[in-house]
Design a binder for this molecule. Sequence first.
Ligand code: AMP
Ligand code: MG
Length: 488
Amino acid sequence: MSVATQVLFEFDDSYARELPGMSVPWTATSVPTPSLLVLNEELAAELGVDPDALRDANGVALLVGNALPDGVSPTAQAYSGHQFGGFVPLLGDGRALLLGEVLDIHGCRRDVHLKGSGRTPFARGGDGKAAVGPMLREYVMGEAMHALGIPTTRALAVVATGQPVARETTLPGAVLARVAASHLRVGTFQYAALSDDPALLRQLADYAIARHYPDAAEAPNPYLEFYRRVIDAQASLVARWMLAGFVHGVMNTDNMTISGETIDYGPCAFMESYSPTTVFSSIDHGGRYAYGNQPLMAQWNLARFGETLLPLIDENPDAAVEAATDMVNSFPERYGSYWTSGMAAKLGVPAGDRELYGDLLTLLQAHQVDFTGFFRALSAYLRGWPEPVRSLFGKPEAFDAWADRWQVLLGEVDRHAAAAAMDRVNPVYIPRNHLVEEALTAATAGDLALLCRLVEVLTEPFTERPGLERYALPAPAGFGPYVTYCGT
Ligand code: AMP
Ligand code: MG
């Protein structure tokens, strides 16, 4: 049953209109008894829609795919992708739909997208469904990232379908409504580059430039400039992940956006004790997407992106390869400069001293120190309270020697002001794995209280509040090793 409802969103369909062949019109599989589990009221308001209207039956029908959006047809988008290094020419939205695009209250075009809305022509062997737990996980992780100031797609709502989903066990089904600056991926360009139509690639690039990097159109070589902008956005994004201890877990080229937003919260998790080899994903046996490999993998993906742009960058293939290679080789320096300035802020120091940062990371790893907890304990040290941070180290003298060098860099700066500045960039609360699991287990069993509480805590990550002590602590000793899953 698909019926048009009152106009909630003024949808547009520029992607389908301007890029024929890059998506197919499709409708969601309707579900008999949808019920709204969570609604992101702040995001709804940003989209210019009344949250109460989304809560009523018509709103929920739209958010679960039972009602058609006004004026546009939903589409399943086509894309390719390198999955763990192997190229898959045809992936696409197997269980997702682009409902439509809306202009938010700031005039920015945003995609409203459904995930778990039934099989599409790209479903291959998949059932097109999603379970409550993983969709709520995407909600929690996206909100946490947003509150940390890290560019991300965000969940607008999760609606339970009332239908079972067969996984290792039978789970309750759900549809996630996701909002993104766009769903253009590196894999989208890989798909267009494979098509027999050379004009399509140019149209796609022009579309992406107009939507995300409009000034690039004015550059002497707009496509090379576009490439530079995407490389820079990803360098900045991945630096932020690293500074927050975030492990994406499945950095395939179909999961890397052109906009520079984090997308596809599958097997992601936050690292606790510092180790570059940290991996959570059940299928990442070789550690390809381990915490410490993320910058390298981002650059690898961006090289694949550059390959798709070659015919646009220069009609002389050798010149195109040279220009694109130089550009992608700028990634490490861009990344390094974002990371270094981020680390300086985390430590409250003005200038970049990479050796001091490197030595700190070596210490944190050797003493298995909680990455998030360390930086808040360090600001307490500046307030004249050295024991919390010293006690994180098996041999506190090793920390003392490092702290002496750090203090020299701090110079004459006011210690309390520096501590306050550090606390503005170092979170107290991150989505700790044991807390996420606890909340999702309860939510899957029908109790959303812990989940709502967790989201509330994570929405204000930098402000320590009384009564929330357990949200700031690492997992208890018996928890883990923590394993996460893709495609759930
Ligand atoms: P992901 O690992 O979520 O990035 O998904 C990789 C690809 O598998 C995408 O093309 C998805 O649309 C597809 N996919 C994942 N799960 C399912 C499912 N249950 N049914 C259909 N397609 C799926
Ligand atoms: Mg994906």
